[in-house]
Design a protein around this ligand. Sequence first.
Ligand SMILES: [Zn+2]
Length: 694
Amino acid sequence: MDSLWSSAEAAACVAHYAARGVSEDLALRTYSARLLGGVPSLVMHGGGNTSVKTTAVDVYGDRVPVLCVKGSGWDLATIEPQGHPAVRLDPLCRLRALDMLSDEDMVNVLRLNLLDSAAPNPSVETLLHAFLPHKFIDHTHSVAVCAVVDQPDAEAICVQIWGKRVACVPYIMPGFQLARAAGAIYEQNPDVEGLILLKHGIFSFGASAQQSYERMIDLVSAAERYIEARQQGLRAIAIPAGRTAVSGADQRTAARALSLARGAIGRLAAAEGAPGCWILDLRNGDEVRRLVDDARLAELARRGLSTPDHIIRAKDGPAVLPAVQPAMDESAWLAGVERSLAAFASDYKAYFARNNARVGGIKRPLDPLPRLLAMPGLGLAGIGKSAADAAIVADLGEAWVATLLRAEAIGRFEPVGEADEFDIEYWSLEQAKLGKAAEARFARHVVAITGAAGAIGAATARAFAAEGAEVALLDLDEAGLREAAGRTPGGGSLVLPCDVTDAQAVRTAFDRIAAHFGGLDIVISNAGAAWTGMIAELPDETLRRSFELNFFSHQHVAQAAVRIMRAQRLGGTLLFNVSKQAINPGADFGAYGTAKAALLALVRQYALEHGADGIRANAINPDRIRSGLLTQDMIAARARARGVSLEVYMAGNLLGQEVLAEDVARAFVASATLTKTTGDVTTVDGGNVAAMLR
Ligand SMILES: [Zn+2]
């Protein structure tokens, strides 16, 4: 591992922040914290923490010694100076004389001594930083170090790797007692460059930001060299490797397996009183495959995660599902998945009961669902309440894989035991990190939208994303798709260029959606185009082209969606843009209107045949919307033909108001919320007596 320290960059950082009133100490603290945070094999997703001891001027004008330490909620990779809030140092140091300090009292005394009462809570490891004398202190959960400290004979290996450069601290949960132990061990070994926390991670320290940072890199590199000399066929640590694109039959297999698994998780979650929709994130890099295809997977998966810090997000390891094969008996595989998940949940409940009894029965159980799925033949999937959350869990899963493989290469992977895991998982200070914000209405839901580059499709994508949904955007127009994705909140949309008149292309795109998010909940089948001409004179070719897009494409989309929804057995929602022409034909629009009328019949057919699957099919019936279908030229021609202005033409309805693409988007969202409505048509036209259904 190379040092990324650059004196020029450090100086530029100091100058940049000096102009904003930030001290040199805090600017350099920010600079090297980011260097550490940018390397996932050192620090992931809010993990690790850093500090600097300096001085600050308080409200009385007095210059006081302070510890600027990482605040909770900040990520080292993107930390700003205010991410290291200042805490008065002297009151913290006085705490060392106490024999006991409860977590509540610790948090209270940290908050009482903040210079800024609005600052975030200082890290739970603040006292460890305070009790060591060094100016700069860095702490990471390095993969290489964890592979060493998660060993039965870790202390002996530490001596081999680092000699007297470090001292080892036995595993103690973060907080006051760990801080005291670390302080005492340091004082017995005052020449060390860092502390190794068994089953946990590493601290380095120094008189300058550069010294502390470079000691971290140097100590971690020594662990890497030790592992590299002994590992079998593993390359340098490169995590997260992320997704490896799968295509063809592999993508189809992944889509089927994930849809079946997502449904099984959803049903188990609902039975346990948890939300029934989850997003999956599949990882299938070389190291992940090496572990999930290992004959010892079931046993290795039960050993625990590499550092306690990851347990709150990823539980103590994956649920191991039956092997995935391209041509497998799906119902037998699903039955095996259900057994695996039920066994995981019952083991988790037993783990909770055992350990809750140990601590006096004071804890309330979290849901017993796994957050990682290990699938031989396929990979490792993270499970989360959003795509972003699932990706974080999958990253931590990859860190577990990388650590475990290296630990097994040099000895035996033996992370912290069950009781310590429980104490971390059920520690109120850790649970507080997860946040309990109310979820948006369509959070956890996957929504696919066709014609997403057009005005209505793009507005609908924005509307669902604003309600928390994960969205997949399909359209023939790739540039338009990217623009629509750019304007969709959240930034995580899946962009799928696709000709919806090609059944195979639609099936491939929907496989991609299921392989990416784990499944599908709502489809907005919206793509369409109008061909004009008097029906008696219309070339067959024109009529057939209109039916291909305005009827058959909807059938391709619905077929592909139903296939996924039936695999999940979680129900689903199919929404179609049928247009006013399906009900109230217009002259010259026969090619469009007849296909849309057939589409309305298709909607009702899906409602009829798939109600028993919990799949609802409804139509939205918009009219006179400015879009690719109703262009400015067409609007101008129609307004001229009626002898009215453009504005009067567009507002020519009972409410006297133009209907916008956003109004249609709202109708799609509203229809998706009506869980007891199927076979229905919702009209969005401002009111038109001739187009009224009843
Ligand atoms: Zn830690």
